[in-house]
Design a protein. Structure first.
Length: 116
């Protein structure tokens, strides 16, 4: 099974395994029922992610673990996927978006202006 192989490859980087309730207590966000695995984000673990999938929406069970997400140090979402709903996004400020676009050639965000 593909999922088992991915978990095995990422095992050296695992920080913790959480229940739905534990995740909701940590982040104050709603989580679907399941087990959540939190891994250290390193160049080596990132390389595994790149080798396993071509894009964020590929993270869909049963071929891969469902809904890849990157968290900030405080536990809030930074980048999240909802692959089963064909959705993904980033929770960043406009300045963070501008900084990322400067650092990563070809990256483009649509920045929306809202009336004050």
């Amino acid at each position: 099974m593909e999922v088992a192989r991915v978990f095995q490859r990422l095992k050296p980087y695992m920080i913790e395994r959480c229940t739905t309730e534990e995740m909701m207590m940590k982040t104050k966000a709603f989580y679907a029922e399941g087990i959540y695995y939190i891994y250290e984000c390193t160049p080596a673990s990132g390389q595994i992610l790149k080798e396993e999938a071509d894009g964020f929406l590929d993270w869909l069970y049963p071929s891969l673990p469902e809904d890849l997400c990157f968290l900030r140090e405080n536990g809030s979402d930074y980048l999240f996927t909802e692959a089963h709903e064909d959705g993904c996004g980033m929770r960043i400020t406009e300045q963070e978006a501008r900084d990322l676009m400067k650092r990563i050639p070809g990256l483009m965000f649509v920045l929306e202006s809202f009336p004050s």
